[in-house]
Design a protein around this ligand. Structure first.
Ligand SMILES: [Zn+2]
Length: 230
């Protein structure tokens, strides 16, 4: 079965742009966001290929007012006027996870659009702004699924949002340590999305362990002294 409309029907990202911006070991300044929409009918998910594409943040390198990719996407979603009598699932693959302000805007959107489920897969965690953890937790609390992109999502994006001019069957070329980095980030995200007790306990355990280790080494040195001949 054909996988959606012909490439001319919607914009696709070129291969290098995808590889440069979604690499979970790099720190590019841009944010790319790929999206797709499905209509939920009973147990079925019906892809709506008219609402599939990508956006990126604007203004960061042009001296213009900055606009994050999520806000551009929210405007685009608003323009669709999705039927409030129906149910939709929107899936977003984003190269940097939402900053606190964008998370707030997405939460507002979810509160005002109860007919929409949102899934967010991020390649990397954007921790530049204070409060990013709370923003991610607020998204989860508002019903959004938040997860890191794994090899599966990278391959999916490569097959669905990237223009393979030379050869449509070009397989996704994973970079070194993709899986290890994704697992590391998933664990970090899990810690962020858990109740905050874990976040507060962990450093104290470290300091207890450090203190314990210090006491042990002092005791050990004292014991060694006692054993030394006078
Ligand atoms: Zn933002």
């Amino acid at each position: 079965m054909a996988a959606g409309p012909a490439p001319e029907a919607r914009s696709l990202m070129d291969e290098q742009t995808f590889l440069d911006n979604f690499n979970n070991l790099k720190y590019p300044r841009k944010t790319y966001l790929c999206y797709e929409v499905e209509l939920l009918v009973g147990e079925n998910h019906i892809p709506l290929d008219d609402y599939k594409g990508f956006v990126h943040n604007e203004g960061f390198d042009m001296g213009l007012e900055r606009c994050h990719a999520e806000l551009i996407f929210l405007e685009r979603m608003a323009s669709w006027n999705l039927d409030t009598e129906l149910r939709y699932r929107i899936t977003v693959f984003i190269s940097w996870s939402p900053c606190p302000e964008c998370a707030d805007e997405l939460v507002k959107f979810l509160r005002e659009n109860r007919h929409v489920n949102l899934r967010i897969f991020a390649a990397r965690i954007y921790d530049w702004y204070q409060g990013y953890e709370a923003g991610l937790r607020a998204l989860k609390a508002a019903g959004a699924e938040v997860a890191m992109m794994t090899l599966h999502e990278f391959e999916y994006c490569w097959n669905n949002f990237v223009d393979h001019q030379q050869d449509e069957d070009t397989p996704f070329p994973p970079w070194d340590n993709l899986v290890a980095r994704s697992e590391e980030l998933s664990q970090r995200l899990e810690g962020i999305l858990q109740p905050s007790v874990l976040v507060f306990c962990w450093p104290s355990q470290v300091s207890v362990t450090a203190a314990h280790s210090d006491i042990m080494s002092q005791a050990s040195r004292a014991w060694e002294k006692r054993r030394d001949p006078p």
